[in-house]
Design a protein around this ligand. Structure first.
Ligand SMILES: Nc1nc2c(ncn2[C@@H]2O[C@H](COP(=O)(O)OP(=O)(O)O)[C@@H](O)[C@H]2O)c(=O)[nH]1
Ligand SMILES: [Mg+2]
Length: 710
């Protein structure tokens, strides 16, 4: 295969809500460009893109898949992405490395919640977008309504380049108002016959043609002058204007296809070749230190790893985009983040699980290499003697949690390794070994994402695992000031143990006055690793406890604070003033004072009107207008409080606050409430008091399992 340069490479991602037809469209593109000789279908599990077992089971995409099509003199790198919101990490990874997004809409369904969510990401990345209205052959196809919705959503920049002459099952003709030509397909699609636009459509086509010219000219003074002079733009002027407008996101050209019947993919690829920006036409990528890297094959070699996979039949691969210079087989490159020099093995370009050897890849291109040992997603690789780091992909924070338990004894280590791999392949899966909760917690994007992770653990890593509810990281504090004391006395054989401690425990808050009636001799303020503070005051009078024992007392208090008396959770925001006690000349030692400190703290804490706190999250739900009622009326069941509702086009954004314990199930709840038409985001807000009945129940549960201590 020949090496393509940055003028002849196009990098696109197929984006959009699930089932819009992205994978089918990719298949049509590969077939039309003769990369494959038979066109597979999603139903028969024969597409190039959906090659994983789990994708076959679900008949839909789960992973981003890298492919390419050679069309005319160009190489189009295509990343097919999953539409379901749980897999948004794959979309973000793809957007990070492509130059243009192809937003696929389903003509019967129009703009859907996945479209909304992904559109927001393209805005964030400032990715040029073209829009493909697919399924115009569908009996419920409604091209013009979908275009209206696209205009509503993407702005009037959404401009028709093509429309179907007749939609529905009889669809076979595309009217192209850029070329001012009609493309007529035979029943099995493929290459169309070009004909004149039928007379009945001439007026509409001319009007759309002018709209297209106007939007192109509007953003370019020279073109506007030409247009005003001549009342027309040449094809070349239009092409250049389109490219510039695309780069600035001033136009979203709209195409139509029937991917299933292989109609429209070829013309779309020609547009990709000649109009969408080449890597050299895009603003050069900037390193974190502000160095610009133009897509120059003779520049300093620099590549960015955006994906890694580990498949039994495909092998472990790292996928990268070359941003500058030329990556060659056998080259030594430095991984700036891990500080390791790696030798690149065989280089590949891939079509799903099929790979083709290549000797080199030039700036602008996307390829793969057998997985580099010390290289991960988000790492920058560059030739020696430089110091370049490309900005990492920022993945969304997780939205659901589960605890992972191995059902087979002795496989904990194997599970640990597998979980690490899951995170390597999909950085939106986060693994936490929680000491606090005594659980291995897997954080993910949603219920489906969790199921995928489990499927991988069972089928790919041959583990027997259970997913169980993750415990909640509660916190404990107090509401009252209480004095407490404890005398620790033990006589076992020879030496005994003796320590007596009196302390006052109080709810701590910033700027509180000194404790009444006590004189402070020493203050120790600890910022607790789990949030909040411990303020520990030495208020001992007349040396009744020697100063050397105070650290031991504080240690005892801290010990109890890591396993609070109410539910065994971390304690926060207390002030402890040690003001009295007793020592014994022989039997007092640090261990005795530690125990006395711990027990005195426990006694006092229990009497100080303890308050259980739970993590509260700010949740924003994005949904179509007609779903707001259902979503709202469900919220009280989850102890959620509504903060506000804002309109965003046809969509509404509801903001509420929801306890973590409810949030863990919310992805599933919302999906069933709205038939998958809504999406949400959640972010930790603060710790808030738990209602007393719930707290009492949690306390009882804790006592039933807690062991006695002294
Ligand atoms: N009628 C019709 N069905 C299509 C078309 N493209 C895809 N489909 C079907 O829509 C479903 C989803 O397609 P798929 O390519 O998996 O969508 P994706 O989730 O966007 O990748 C499958 O059943 C396809 O056969 C099309 O152009 N017309
Ligand atoms: Mg798909």
């Amino acid at each position: 295969m020949k090496t393509y340069d940055a003028h002849h490479i196009r990098n696109v991602a197929l984006l959009g809500h699930g089932s819009a037809g992205k994978t089918t469209l990719a298949e049509a593109m590969l077939f039309e460009s003769k990369e494959i000789s038979r066109r597979g279908t999603v139903e028969e599990h024969t597409t190039v893109s959906d090659y994983h077992e789990i994708e076959h089971e679900r008949s839909s995409s789960v992973f981003g898949t890298v492919m390419f099509a050679e069309w005319r003199d160009y190489k189009i790198n295509i990343i097919d992405t999953p539409g379901y919101v749980d897999y948004v990490g794959e979309v973000i990874g793809a957007l990070r490395v492509v130059d243009t997004g192809i937003m696929v809409l389903s003509s019967p369904n129009g703009v859907e919640v996945g479209t909304e969510t992904i559109w927001k990401y393209t805005k964030q990345f400032q990715t040029p977008v073209i829009c493909v209205v697919n399924k115009v052959d569908h009996e419920h196809s409604n091209f013009w309504r979908t275009v209206d919705q696209a205009k509503d959503r993407f702005g009037r920049e959404a401009t028709v380049v093509q429309y179907p002459l007749t939609e529905g099952t009889g669809f076979n003709t595309i009217i192209d108002v850029l070329k001012m030509t009609a493309y007529v397909f035979s029943s099995d699609g493929g290459t169309p016959t070009k004909t004149d636009i039928p007379d009945t459509e001439k007026e509409r086509a001319a009007q759309l043609h002018n709209e297209l010219i106007e939007i192109i000219a509007e953003n370019d003074e020279d073109l506007m002058d030409h247009y005003l002079d001549k009342g027309e733009l040449t094809e070349d002027e239009m092409r250049k204007g389109l490219t510039h407008s695309l780069i600035k996101r001033e136009i979203v050209p709209v195409f139509c296809t029937s991917a299933k019947n292989n109609m429209g993919a070829g013309r779309l690829m020609t547009f990709i070749d000649v109009v969408i920006p080449a890597p050299v036409e895009m603003p050069p990528v900037k390193t974190l230190s502000g160095v610009e890297l133009p897509a120059d094959p003779h520049g300093k070699t620099c590549a960015f790893v955006f994906k890694s996979t580990s498949e039994p039949n495909v092998g472990e691969m790292s996928f990268f985009r070359v941003y500058s210079g030329t990556v060659k087989h056998g080259m030594d490159v430095v991984n700036e983040q891990t500080g390791v020099t790696e030798r690149l093995g065989q280089l590949y370009v891939v079509n799903g699980h099929k790979r083709h050897d290549v000797e080199s890849l030039e700036a602008g291109d996307i390829g793969a290499v057998v997985k580099l040992k010390n290289t991960h997603v988000n790492n920058t690789l560059h030739e020696k003697g430089m110091n370049l780091v490309l900005p990492p992909i920022e993945f969304p924070h997780p939205r659901v949690r589960t605890s992972v338990v191995s059902n087979r004894k002795g496989e904990e280590d194997k599970l640990g390794v597998a979980l690490h791999h899951l995170h390597e392949e999909d950085p939106t899966i986060i693994i936490e070994h929680s000491v606090e909760l005594n659980q291995v917690i897997l954080h993910a994007q949603g219920e489906m994402h969790l199921q995928t992770a489990k499927h991988r653990l069972v089928n790919r890593y041959k583990l027997d695992v259970d997913f169980q509810p993750a415990r909640v990281p509660y916190r404990e504090t107090i509401r009252k000031s209480v004095d407490g004391s404890y005398r620790h006395k033990k006589q076992t054989g020879g030496a005994g143990q003796f320590a007596e401690v009196h302390m006052r425990v109080e709810p701590y808050h910033e700027g509180m006055p000194d404790p009444t009636g006590l004189t402070i001799r020493g203050t120790e303020i600890t910022d607790l690793p789990w949030g909040g503070k411990l303020v520990f005051l030495n208020c001992i009078v007349g040396g009744v406890i020697e100063a050397r024992f105070l650290p031991a007392i504080m240690k005892g208090v801290m010990e109890k604070m890591t396993e609070g008396p109410v539910t065994g959770s971390y304690v926060r925001d207390v002030r402890v003033s040690v003001y009295d006690g007793k020592m014994h000349a022989v039997d007092s030692n640090e261990a005795a004072f530690k125990t006395a400190g711990r027990m005195a703290f426990k006694e006092a804490f229990i009497n100080a009107d303890p308050q259980l706190l739970e993590p509260m999250y700010t949740v924003t739900v994005l949904m179509p207008e007609d779903q707001v009622g259902d979503v709202m009326s469900d919220l009280p069941l989850r102890r959620a409080e509504i903060v506000g509702v804002d309109a965003d086009g046809h969509y509404q954004i509801l903001t509420c606050r929801m306890p973590l314990v409810e949030l863990d199930r919310y992805a599933t709840v919302l999906r069933s409430l709205t038939a998958g038409r809504a999406n949400f985001d959640a972010e930790f807000a603060e710790y808030v008091p738990v209602a007393s009945q719930i707290a009492a129940k949690l306390h009882q549960d804790y006592l039933a399992h807690a062991k006695d201590e002294d």
